[in-house]
Design a protein. Structure first.
Length: 250
């Protein structure tokens, strides 16, 4: 509960709304200079947090930490390909590819692609859901089978609710064997740290990279957009997670 509250409060939009609310309170109490300062802070936080150039700058160190898995690495790796969870919202009239979140779709497709280069390997799909939700591992399993993966080659971990729990579930399933770890590039540093901390041996296979290097200065990267805000929020979430992992908070 506390972790979720801290996460919410440091995100750009909630933080800017808090500043704006405080500005209104101080204005009512007659503290005009403080109110104006808070109002400008609210606008600045919302503006900067929604620019793609800011989101890219925060995400780039995370996504650049690990290179894309080479074919030679996958050929010599252990016989497990592990795909970490995301979110899954199945409903009538929607194919599984639409029910799986964008990040998750990139992860499972990359996992299947690597798996098909490794004869005799097993594909481990992970990801639970809170009560009443649908585990992403189940969506992954459906799509993997549709893409030609034999059900007998699948291991489904549908209980873990976060990366830390996924690491412990993998420790029980795989032990100290090395395995190929597939997750979003921005999430890979935290996932690797959590798994190495408990003695696992992941071989990173990042996917879903979202940071590109523009050929020239594009003014649109300085315009606030929902896409820019999502990038900033992702980066902040991961840096908070890395801090928590380093401090042993979870």
């Amino acid at each position: 509960m506390v972790k979720n509250l801290i996460h919410l409060l440091v995100m750009p939009l909630p933080l800017s709304l808090i500043c704006a609310a405080l500005a209104a309170i101080f204005r009512i109490r007659g503290w005009r200079r403080t109110a104006w300062g808070l109002l400008f802070a609210a606008a600045g936080i919302a503006y900067l947090g929604s620019m793609s150039v800011v989101g890219d700058a925060l995400l780039e160190p995370l996504e650049a930490r690990y290179a894309v898995l080479s074919q030679s690495e996958s050929a010599t790796a252990a016989g497990y390909v592990v795909v970490l969870g995301s979110s899954y919202s199945p409903r009538d009239g929607v194919p599984v590819t639409a029910a799986i979140a964008d990040d998750g779709l990139a992860r499972i497709v990359e996992g299947v692609r690597i798996f098909r280069r490794m004869p005799g390997a097993r594909l481990v799909v992970s990801g639970g859901a809170p009560d009443g939700g649908s585990p992403s591992a189940m969506g992954y399993a459906i799509l993997a089978r549709d893409l030609g993966v034999d059900a007998a080659a699948l291991d489904i971990l549908d209980q873990p609710l976060d990366t830390n729990q996924e690491a412990h579930a993998l420790a029980k399933l795989i032990g100290n064997k090395s395995f190929i770890l597939v997750t979003s590039a921005y999430h890979m540093p935290r996932a690797v740290r959590l798994m190495q901390r408990i003695g696992l041996h992941p071989i990173p296979a990042p996917t879903g990279q979202s940071v590109g290097i523009p050929a020239d200065v594009d003014w649109r990267r300085f315009v606030p957009t929902s896409g820019g805000l999502r990038k900033t929020e992702r980066a902040i979430h991961e840096y908070l997670g890395l801090f928590a992992a380093a401090e042993g908070i979870y």
